[in-house]
Design a protein around this ligand. Structure first.
Ligand code: NAD
Length: 358
């Protein structure tokens, strides 16, 4: 059938490393960039995404079109659909899974808790169930989040710091993902690498994130809310540019060892790793707004508000020495230069230009 032909063509490997990678959440922000980068270097890539409407689905469709043009096919489906996943593994014996599908966003968890359980817990378990039972088992790299550090205020965050105080249901499901990964590694010999991303931004980004909707609202002349902590303290984020994150993801794939199980039976110890992927230089949200004002040449109308107890933490700041050592991860883009690229993309995209990646 045509569908199988497209799946095979998309996953066809041209690189010397011989990778065939299943990317979940491929029509998402990070998924699009990672899939395109893998394809560019010759890896076989197949995407899967359920195109949900958490944010503007037309943006996901535009990313899909972009991927189609680079030769990546994105299957429309849910990671909870076991029969579909099994079918994909029958058609292509994937060597790796890059698992990026998730219900993201901190505040939306209060309105729609079920979607976090569905995608971040049930969906992850379903994917791992399939991965454990196929032969050969793929190595898995998955997206965790800096939100697992929760109410921990000892910065910079390093991987061994406490993660037992999640500040939102989103964070709790990301933390649960790490525990679930541990179990599947321990029992079934799956090779698993978790990446704790720190506030990723850039072209083709997510409209629910502050840098994106600040840009939109500043251009519209609409007031924007800037939060400060209850003690008047600054709220700051370790904003990390998408290209740096993509390099970190590729580094994690390239250093992942093989899984050691087969057909659900484990043969020996397999790799389990968790890394911070951040930028190591937190920037106050008020400074983010000042940079956007300069780039857009428009003054923002600022409303200063107290940070509500709705899941947002006051600071994030990554210690990246472990990722630097093991993955060769080295972020190179500062917030000013990264936002310049985002703004250029934003103005082009919303004036009807949907072609360029940047
Ligand atoms: P995104 O929402 O743009 O991408 C996720 C994609 O997964 C979406 O296209 C969505 O349609 C898809 N998806 C969701 N549930 C699905 C399901 N059940 N089945 C199939 N597809 C499904 O988000 P993103 O910013 O690209 O994030 C990618 C990953 O990185 C997520 O796991 C997210 O939690 C994590 N993360 C992102 C950030 C960030 O700042 N962007 C920070 C920390 C962690």
């Amino acid at each position: 059938p045509v569908w199988e032909k497209r799946v095979r063509a998309s996953a066809r490997v041209r690189s010397r490393n011989g990778y065939a990678v299943l990317v979940t959440g491929a029509a998402g922000f990070v998924g699009t960039h990672v899939s395109a980068a893998l394809k560019r270097r010759g890896d076989g890539v197949l995407g899967i995404d359920n195109f949900n409407d958490y944010y503007d689905p037309s943006l996901k469709r535009a990313r899909q079109e972009l991927l189609e043009r680079t030769g990546v096919f994105v299957v429309e489906g849910d990671i909870n659909d076991e029969a579909l996943l099994r079918k994909l593994f029958e058609v292509v014996p994937f060597t790796h899974v890059m698992h990026l599908a998730a219900q993201a966003g901190v505040r939306y968890a209060m309105e729609n808790p079920g979607s976090y359980v569905h995608s971040n817990i049930a969906g992850f378990v379903n994917l791992l169930e399939v991965c454990k039972s196929v032969n050969p088992q793929p190595a898995i790299v998955w997206a965790s989040s800096s939100s697992v550090y929760g109410l921990n205020t000892k910065v910079p965050f390093s991987e061994r710091d406490r993660t037992d105080q999640p500040a939102s249901l989103y964070a709790a499901t990301k933390k649960a993902g790490e525990e679930i990964a541990h179990t599947y590694n321990h029992i079934y010999g799956l090779s698993l690498t978790g990446l704790r991303f720190f506030t990723v931004y850039g072209p083709w980004g997510r409209p629910d994130m502050a840098y994106f909707f600040f840009t939109r609202d500043i251009l519209k002349g609409k007031a924007i809310s800037i939060f400060e902590a209850a003690n008047h303290g600054t709220v700051a984020r370790d904003f990390t540019y998408i290209d740096d994150i993509v390099r970190g993801c590729l580094g994690a794939l390239d250093t992942a060892e093989k899984s050691t199980g087969s057909g659900g039976k484990k043969r020996g110890p397999a790799q389990l790793r968790v890394f911070n992927l951040g930028n190591t230089s937190p920037v106050p949200v008020s400074e983010l707004v000042s940079i956007l004002e300069r780039l857009l040449k428009v003054k923002a109308k600022r409303n200063i508000m107290k940070l509500p107890r709705n899941g947002d933490v006051q600071f994030t700041h990554a210690n990246i020495s472990y990722a630097q050592r093991e993955l060769g991860y080295k972020p190179t883009t500062d917030l000013q230069s990264g936002l310049k690229k985002f703004v250029r993309w934003y103005l082009n995209y919303y004036s009807g230009g949907k072609k360029a990646v940047e």
